[in-house]
Design a protein around this ligand. Structure first.
Ligand SMILES: Nc1ncnc2c1ncn2[C@@H]1O[C@H](COP(=O)(O)OP(=O)(O)OP(=O)(O)O)[C@@H](O)[C@H]1O
Length: 760
């Protein structure tokens, strides 16, 4: 780290100029936004232009606020070119030449900042990391890429790791940070990989997979803005806690147009929070469930055992024969249309059959063969006129008893009704699941009330495909969209306010406050709705059939085959980035190899990139975790730790009552930072009583100093210090217990301890 004050002063001058420029642009955008928000009325065209202006300037104000911290973090000096400053966004001066002041990190011109090495300098003489706090330059770290220049430099440091190491050893806050200033070359290659096709990123714990996935989203949105801003990018993460943990990374990279979702939230209108045993989730994740659901739909298309009497107005009773229903059903099934969309056809078939019955009874022309009869026609056996038949059909369609019968024979179903109804009924389960054992069937049974589990979501989606949407559900979808828009509009206003720079906030920027005073979320949502100018991410969130421009999956090894089906439906272009580690798979329906999950969708056409360096876990901890990895699969290589901490992991044996004391001692040794206590599922509440100061729950607040959680909850997260309680019990709790332990042991950035409890 250099602290040459002359250099710092000179960089400060430049950085201050960049902030001045940022302020100018932000003020301009906020001013324009405020003016637009005060306007009302006008022609439809004027309104529409105003609405797009509001969207544009809201986004700009948000973006300029989001890049406040660490706006500029790097500088490249070339042998034969002007220095180039690298930052979170591109900035230009407002002169006629529109000169570049700051290069966006995603632009090709910024790439040498991440890739140039002394061996392959690419014209770069010196790479400088600029560290800022608020708007002040507080340190420089130089890396000279040519030996000659290195001799003259005041910032001689050829290791190139100082900036990285200072980022890695900093205390954690409970929120993931971006790594834009220190992206490493192997990560950069993944981030900038082509948009098309399926890119798998396999890497051990701490290799930056999540970081890379998020930076890739930002890169793709920047580089392919036009395609992706209309189709949107979806990022799927394992749980709400994890999504919260990563939620600030993309805004800090000035990207907000990405939809972050858990699998449990991928079916619009359902928030799957119900829990269930892992064995049940595993059954629901099997591909065979697609056949089960198809059978469950067929089972709802009934054929009565006996003729059904149907009383119609006027007191007459028609008989609907099982054979008639069976034939109608066969004909309709042959058409291959979705169940709900076939209902009308079914009605038509049955109404026709019953009309025929009436015609047979009353419509036969008694004079058909009688030339002297009162009728005009001769010869042909004359049934009723077509107009009369049509009239009967019309009347029949209004008959309440018939309508009830049709509903019973071919009910219009929502996916929710189909799935909940299937699991609630032993009889329906028995019919639809011949492939399962009695025991498995029994596991699937549950009460319909109580909502859905994450493993139900792919089933709901599959069911929706089989059923098709009728008008009622389309109307419900429109209402969902409206509600989401109100929520989004509230969020957008919050971001516009919350992301203002500290300086601006201090001065209580009057125009921006006026902007939010002027419009409430409900009205902003109406503007969006009226103008059809919702962001793609907003529209995608409410639309089950949305085809995303790119889908990124984190912890992709955990997805079940049924979830893969759902995701592939959401991404027909197969432009995907899948990051994960097959050694960390915990879910029983997850995978331990990439090829079999991808083969059904893309054959062998997918690219594999491997990340090999562990940025999180010091070598001392990785040595312990490496032993567990060898037990999972001796052919797997643990990632190489980038640093050593000099601290060996510790082990203790204690009884549960002592756990509180141990945790307090560890927290005291930690300074500021976060301590994660990872326990077996069965011990969560017992440990919670023993360590009352720890937070725990479905979605624990990760910013708390001590967090108590299960391995499943800890997946993807990290803490400065970690205590793993009862490692053997963690292994024993699941068929994938060793992988769970491996995950638990690799969460610490500084120090690891394990506690084995004595039986008491
Ligand atoms: N180039 C980098 N510069 C600075 N920090 C980095 C870099 N790469 C990774 N890190 C940090 O290393 C830690 C681990 O990264 P991340 O969580 O993305 O790893 P992961 O591969 O997803 O791990 P896991 O598989 O255990 O979930 C994070 O704190 C991340 O910020």
């Amino acid at each position: 780290m250099s602290s040459n004050s002359a250099d710092i002063a000179s960089e400060q001058k430049y950085v201050s100029r960049l902030y001045d420029r940022l302020d100018e642009m932000r003020e301009k955008a906020a001013g324009r936004l405020a003016v637009l928000l005060r306007q009302a009325g006008g022609t439809p065209q004027a309104r529409s232009e105003r609405e797009s202006g509001v969207t544009l300037y809201t986004e700009q104000v948000t973006q300029f606020g989001a890049v406040e911290n660490g706006l500029c973090f790097g500088r490249l000096d070339f042998h034969d070119d002007e220095p180039r400053y690298i930052g979170r966004i591109g900035l230009f001066d407002d002169s006629a030449e529109y000169r570049s002041l700051l290069v966006d990190w995603r632009a090709p011109a910024a790439r040498p900042f991440y890739l140039a090495t002394a061996a392959s300098p690419d014209g770069v003489r010196r790479r400088r990391n600029i560290r800022t706090r608020l708007r002040e330059v507080v340190g420089l770290h130089d890396e000279v890429l040519d030996i000659e220049a290195a001799r003259d430099s005041a910032h001689e440091d050829l290791t190139g790791e100082a900036a990285l190491l200072s980022a890695l050893t900093a205390s954690r806050t409970g929120r993931m940070r971006d790594i834009v200033a220190t992206i490493q070359a192997e990560q950069d290659h993944v981030i900038r990989a082509p948009l098309d096709g399926v890119q798998v990123v396999q890497g051990g714990p701490g290799t930056g997979k999540t970081a890379v996935a998020l930076h890739r989203a930002a890169y793709l949105l920047y580089t392919h803005r036009r395609e992706l801003s209309t189709r949107a990018v979806l990022i799927v993460g394992p749980n709400q806690t994890f999504l919260k943990y990563i939620s600030q990374v993309l805004p800090s990279l000035a990207e907000t147009g990405v939809l972050l979702r858990t699998v449990g939230d991928l079916y619009p209108g359902v928030s799957a929070r119900r829990t269930e045993p892992v064995e049940v989730a595993e059954i629901k994740g099997r591909t065979v469930m697609a056949e089960v659901l198809a059978a469950a739909v067929r089972d709802r298309q009934r054929v009565p055992d006996e003729p059904l009497p149907i009383k119609i107005t006027g007191g007459e009773t028609l008989m609907l024969e099982p054979e008639t229903v069976r034939k109608a059903r066969e004909r309709i099934r042959r058409l291959g249309k979705q169940h709900n969309l076939s209902r009308q056809l079914f009605d038509t078939e049955i109404v026709h059959a019953l009309t025929q019955q009436i015609a047979d009874k009353i419509g036969h022309d008694p004079y058909a063969h009688d030339a002297l009869g009162g009728d005009d026609a001769t010869g042909d056996e004359q049934y009723m006129e077509e107009a009369d038949l049509a009239e009967i059909r019309r009347e029949l369609r209004k008959e309440p008893e018939l309508l009830g019968t049709l509903d019973w024979l071919w009910p219009v179903l929502t996916p929710e009704q189909l799935v909940a109804g299937l699991f609630a009924s032993p009889q329906r389960l028995a019919t639809a699941t011949p492939q399962l054992t009695d025991e498995e069937r029994e596991l699937l049974r549950r009460e319909p009330r109580g909502g859905f589990t994450p493993a139900d979501v792919p089933l709901l989606d599959e069911a929706a495909e089989l059923l098709g949407e009728d008008e009622a559900s389309a109307a419900a979808a429109a209402e969902r969209l409206r509600r989401l828009e109100v929520a989004y509009a509230a969020g957008a206003l919050e971001i516009a306010l919350g992301s203002r720079s500290i300086d601006v906030e201090d001065e209580a920027e009057p125009e921006l406050l006026a902007a939010t005073d002027l419009i409430d979320p409900e009205r902003l949502a109406e503007r969006h709705e009226a103008s059809e100018r919702r962001t793609a991410a907003q529209r995608a969130a409410a639309d089950r059939k949305w085809a995303f421009g790119h889908v990124i999956v984190d912890e992709a090894q955990e997805l079940s085959p049924m979830t893969w089906r759902l995701l592939m439906r959401r991404c027909p272009s197969r432009s995907m980035t899948l990051v994960g580690d097959v050694a960390q798979t915990g879910d029983l329906s997850g995978t331990s190899s990439w090829a079999p999950v991808l083969e059904p969708y893309v054959g062998e056409r997918w690219r594999l990139a491997e990340l090999t360096v562990n940025y999180r876990t010091p070598a001392e901890i990785m040595a312990v975790a490496g032993e567990v990895l060898a037990e999972i699969d001796p052919t797997l290589e643990p990632p190489r730790s980038v640093r050593e901490s000099g601290v060996q992991p510790w082990e203790r044996t204690a009884d549960l009552a002592e756990l509180g004391e141990i945790v307090r001692a560890e927290a005291a040794a930690m300074g500021d930072g976060r301590l994660g206590v990872i326990v077996p599922i069965g011990l969560l509440f017992g440990a919670g009583r023993a360590v009352p100061e720890a937070v725990l729950g479905d979605d624990p607040d990760l910013e708390s100093r001590v967090v108590l959680l299960t391995v499943k909850q800890a997946k993807g997260l990290e803490f400065d210090h970690v205590i793993v309680v009862e490692p053997d019990r963690i292994v024993a709790e699941s068929r994938r217990g060793k992988s769970d332990l491996y995950v638990a042991l690799t969460r610490a950035t500084q120090r690891l301890g394990t506690v084995t409890l004595t039986a008491s």
